[in-house]
Ligand binder design. Structure first.
Ligand SMILES: Cc1cc2nc3c(=O)[nH]c(=O)nc-3n(C[C@H](O)[C@H](O)[C@H](O)COP(=O)(O)OP(=O)(O)OC[C@H]3O[C@@H](n4cnc5c(N)ncnc54)[C@H](O)[C@@H]3O)c2cc1C
Length: 421
């Protein structure tokens, strides 16, 4: 019997992890990705347990460790660069045990999946349209560079194509019809700027009035660049909305430059360099919430199905765990029943991870409106950081619950454990 053919749309974190594991389970996999192979977009993301276990089983942990950014923790600073509170790596801070650049992670994942004879990647390619029969999915694939289209048949199609998933749109309908994009009340910009000595080894956050944050993150001791994240916690910024809708990167930059003009600390340097940054990426932060993650022979995974937004810190985690569970269930049931099992196992875990801290108010409480609010936030940060340090010096920290880890049974089978050996 020939093994089933699977099409995965999107070579991000979820797409490549799924391709790797499906190939191990003897599926024939084609991955289409609209970007060029060498494109390495994105800034820092982290991997924690239980997702860490999945990359360990893939045998790529050593390589990922070599590419860690090495960030040692984070400091909340005031406009004069004075520390208001410091949080070392791990624990309750924002620095995870394995911090990586998104581009480094997707490159390692792509290479390890691509090693398999069962996987073929096609870059600068997307799904133009698709239709389902009882036991096949017929897909028009478009090569965006050569402007050519060809028709191929698959047993199943997986949309791993992110928040604005085209696969979801083709199969289930537009986001407006589905009412599936839920704004969390913030706009964000990610980019890199030339590094200064003070950017290493801690990430630094500075708050400004009207809910504006500048956050610098180191990319490595020897790195030439530093990562920057601008967060503006406001649910209505017409200039940014217009620029995002038009997909106009220069207009997005100009809107952020205006919003952040006249601010202190490192902001003038950051804004000046932002205008030159080639890897600038910006969007309104939303969550994806769907009634169902599949329709017949087409299923969604990762941000396309359930983007939790960066405020939860779970996007990457869920993409890894989701791809693992989907591959496992498809190997157990080589029919659409797999998608029911996948959703049954994951739904409540995902919904829990989607909860935005502090009853959904985290975007506003962590990004105060007034100078008074910023003063209060810095005082609280100072108290918490001092308490954490006392706990850590006295060894009491091991008794504290770890808020980042939620148990999930990966149901590792012998065939999967064998891959790591
Ligand atoms: C460019 C970019 C930069 C990011 N930067 C950060 C960051 O700095 N920090 C952070 O925490 N998170 C970032 N994210 C989000 C983060 O990667 C995800 O939340 C998480 O890793 C889940 O990954 P995913 O594979 O489900 O989706 P994504 O990472 O969004 O991957 C989706 C993939 O599908 C591809 N794709 C999209 N549409 C199509 C299409 N029509 N046809 C073919 N391919 C398509 C995309 O190019 C991408 O490679 C970024 C995402 C992207 C796409």
């Amino acid at each position: 019997m020939p093994s089933e053919r699977i099409l995965i749309c999107g070579a991000g974190v979820a797409g490549s992890i799924l391709a790797f594991w499906l190939a191990k389970h003897d599926f024939q996999v084609v991955v289409v990705e609209r970007s060029k192979a060498e494109q390495k977009a994105g800034q820092g993301i982290e991997i924690e347990e239980p997702a860490l276990e999945v990359v360990k089983l893939m045998g790529i942990l050593d390589e990922l460790n070599q590419r860690r950014t090495g960030e040692m923790g984070s400091i909340v600073v005031d406009e004069h660069s004075r520390s208001c509170g410091i949080f070392e790596v791990g624990g309750i801070g924002i620095t995870g045990a394995l911090e990586l650049m998104r581009g480094d992670l997707t490159e390692v994942l792509y290479k390890s999946a691509d090693e398999s004879a069962n996987v073929t990647y096609q870059f600068e390619t997307t799904i133009q349209s698709l239709r389902q029969t009882e036991n096949r999915v017929i897909v028009d694939l478009e090569n965006m560079d050569k402007k050519t289209t060809r028709v191929e048949e698959f047993d199943f199609v997986v949309g791993a194509d992110g928040v604005k998933s085209r696969t979801r749109q083709l199969v289930m309908g537009s986001p407006e019809k589905l009412n599936c994009l839920k704004p969390v009340g913030a706009f964000v910009a990610y980019f890199s700027i030339p590094k200064e000595n003070r950017d290493w080894p801690y990430s630094r956050l500075c708050h400004f009035r009207d809910r504006r944050v500048v956050w610098t993150r180191p990319l490595g001791k020897e790195a030439e660049m530093t990562s920057v994240i601008l967060i503006h916690a406001n649910n209505d910024v017409p200039s940014l909305r217009r620029a995002n809708a038009a997909g106009d990167r220069l207009k997005q930059k100009e809107a952020f430059a205006e919003l952040y003009s006249g601010l202190g600390w490192e902001t003038p340097r950051v804004v000046e360099q932002m205008m030159r940054a080639e890897n600038f990426y910006s969007d309104e932060l939303v969550q994806v919430k769907l009634q169902k993650w599949s329709q017949n022979r087409v299923v969604l995974v990762g941000d396309a199905a359930w983007a939790p937004s960066p405020f939860t810190g779970q996007g990457n985690q869920l993409a890894i765990i989701g791809a693992w569970v989907l591959a496992q269930e498809m190997s157990r049931n080589r029919s659409p029943v797999a998608f029911e099992m996948y959703e049954k196992r994951l739904r409540s875990y995902v919904e829990n991870a989607q909860k935005i801290p502090l009853g959904g108010h985290a975007p506003y409480l962590f990004n105060p409106q007034t100078a008074w609010g910023i003063g209060l936030l810095r005082t609280i940060v100072c108290l918490i950081s001092a308490t954490v340090r006392v706990f850590s010096w006295t060894g009491l920290s091991r008794f504290l619950p770890d808020p980042k880890h939620e148990d999930f049974d990966l149901e590792i089978e012998e065939v999967e454990a064998e891959v790591a050996r």
